[in-house]
Design a protein around this ligand. Structure first.
Ligand code: FAD
Length: 529
């Protein structure tokens, strides 16, 4: 056994025997309330090399942290038992639920603690739902792609989607869950009616806006700090069958943003807008890597876009991505609807590209890109992603300072997203931090990959420069999928929510055991919560 593995093995073994030492109640089986007793919990903690290695890293491939074990629950009661075991120790151990581990900076890691592998609860695409009341009960561990297939069986689907569907309900609800439908329906956390949460006290609480509402709102966007979400009741709508999926290109940021803002101002009731609005920034580059991963543009369209970059001499071009949903009964009029809509927009003439795809093909578009990137060997690489919410009033300053300034010579592998959302679709009682004071803010995602030597350091330097620019210029950005290295950074991130969140932490996770990889509160065992 290599020395590092041996050291880990010895550490893990002594950790488990410490737990057993404090629990000599060695009666195997279940307590009266169905909660596992200690020996059964310990038997579900995997300490083999592969389990530990997998739980020590994430999609970001930037930080690593070795847990003492990986817990495999089969029910929420098992999670209750694990948490009760932790807080029964004189020095509790940290516990981190891990959905798909698709965080970028160790948010689902538990150095020296126990990672809960939520996959072991997975019930595939089984969900219970009410077709009359338009909701589905989904497990915190379930993948959105499975939720999609299950609800489509009944002709229904959730209203708001992240771009990528192989991430879990619990993971996205712990952040917010944004995508091109958010301008209309808000983030995923705005579509939740009820939650089951196992708190850091080992209590299972069913909460909603009317019952234990402080826990409900805290857990939504709560970065795993207040409890483990084991069930969410989410809103559904009748699912469309097909989608006209559109991209229109711009050479100037002013037309791009004013068209985006026009599109997100159209109410659903007008029947005249897109059902989905996002946007991308294509910076000073040859568009060659688009060939590797684009599930949208053909090779000749990529040539056309590359020529636009050359002809305009621009450091960046932009495109709006939109979608119009339709069904058999609206199929005959959908093309006219799209034509009318495009006539209102000021994109570069000749630069509108349309695909007619199924609803599933549209929603699972990043899944296809994943396959291509995996085949090219550039999926499991470092992802120093930086996501920001930028107030509308400063988006042009941000564009000038970042895309035409700091990043003007960057040739990034990856994507840059930029799209606006309506603030009134967000609920400030939830934990996710957003820029205050304006009706509209933009999501800007620098979703770049480090594929060559030196890339990671360069991208990290650029990210730091972008954050410093926002601070210096008082842009008022908030990070989404946030990462802050200091307590002060977190305080500023949450602003006026901080005091309330700290009080809720003391109430629902007073020993500070949950999701320590976020680094927001003092870790388990510390007295300073
Ligand atoms: P993990 O990384 O496993 O966990 C994230 C955090 O939540 C951790 O702190 C963890 O401890 C905690 N957690 C996990 N499960 C639970 C639970 N059941 N209860 C309480 N806490 C829990 N996000 C968007 O909003 N929109 C997008 O369009 C989008 N696109 C993406 C595309 C890709 C390719 C990737 C990799 C990510 C994307 N994300 C997007 C980000 C994604 O939503 C987050 O990274 C999310 O955390 C991933 O879910 P996960 O299941 O992997 O969570």
């Amino acid at each position: 056994m290599p020395r590092a593995c041996l050291a880990t093995f010895v550490m893990v073994t002594s950790f488990l025997s410490t737990i057993n030492h404090f629990h000599m109640v060695a009666t195997a089986g279940l307590a009266d309330d169905g909660i596992l007793l200690t020996p059964d919990i310990v038997s579900r903690i995997h300490t083999d090399h592969d389990s530990i290695a997998r739980a020590s890293s994430d999609f970001g491939h930037i930080v690593e942290a070795i847990p003492n074990g990986v817990f495999h629950p089969t029910s929420p009661a098992d999670i209750v038992a694990l948490i009760r075991l932790s807080i029964s120790q004189p020095k509790p151990f940290a516990v981190a639920p891990r959905g798909q581990g698709h965080s970028a900076r160790g948010q689902a890691l538990a150095p020296g603690g126990i990672v809960i592998d939520m996959r072991s609860m997975r019930r595939g695409d089984h969900v219970s739902m009410s077709s009359e009341q338009l909701w589905a009960d989904v497990g915190g561990e379930q993948l959105w792609i499975d939720v999609l297939h299950a609800t489509l069986e009944h002709g229904l689907a959730p209203r708001i989607w992240t771009d990528y569907l192989r991430i879990t309900v619990g993971g996205t609800l712990s952040n917010g869950g944004i995508g091109g439908q958010a301008f209309r329906h808000g983030p995923q956390i705005s579509s939740v009616h009820e939650l089951d949460v196992v708190t850091g006290m080992g209590e299972m609480i069913t909460c909603s806006p009317d019952k234990d509402s402080d826990l409900f709102f805290a857990a939504l966007g709560g970065l795993g700090q207040f409890g483990v979400i084991t069930r969410a009741r989410i809103a559904l709508e009748p699912a469309p069958k097909r989608v006209l999926w559109v991209r229109v290109a711009y050479a100037d940021v002013e037309s791009f943003t004013s068209d985006q803002e026009l599109l997100i101002s159209k109410p659903a009731s007008s029947g005249s807008g897109f059902d989905y609005v996002e946007g991308q920034v294509q910076m000073n580059r040859t568009l060659t890597e688009g060939r590797r991963s684009s599930s949208f543009f053909s090779a000749s369209e990529l040539d056309q876009l590359a020529k636009l970059v050359l002809d305009t001499g621009s450091t960046a071009i932009y495109y709006i991505e939109g979608a119009v949903y339709y069904n058999d009964d609206t199929a005959s009029s959908v093309n006219q609807k799209l034509e009318r809509l495009l006539e209102e927009l000021n994109f570069v003439p000749g630069f509108a590209f349309v695909r007619d795809v199924s609803y599933v093909e549209f929603l699972d578009r990043v899944g296809r890109e994943e396959q291509k990137l995996r085949a090219a060997g550039v999926w499991d690489v470092p992802h120093p992603w930086l996501n920001l919410f930028v107030p509308r009033s400063r988006i042009l300053d941000f564009d000038a300072g970042v895309f035409r300034g700091i990043l003007r010579d960057a040739k990034p592998a990856g994507l840059v997203l930029m799209y606006p959302m309506n603030r009134d679709r967000w609920d400030d009682r939830m934990t996710t931090a957003t820029p205050g004071g304006e009706d509209v803010f933009y999501a800007v995602g620098l979703l770049r990959s480090a594929v060559a030597a030196g890339d990671l350091e360069r991208l990290e330097r650029e990210n730091a420069a972008v954050l410093a620019f926002c601070d210096r210029e008082g842009v008022g950005c908030r990070q989404y999928l946030p990462h802050h290295a200091s307590r002060d950074g977190w305080r500023r991130h949450f602003g006026e929510k901080w005091g309330r969140l700290a009080a809720l932490k003391r109430r629902y996770d007073p020993r500070g055991i949950l999701s320590p990889g976020q680094g927001i509160f003092p870790a388990a065992g510390s007295d300073s919560l």
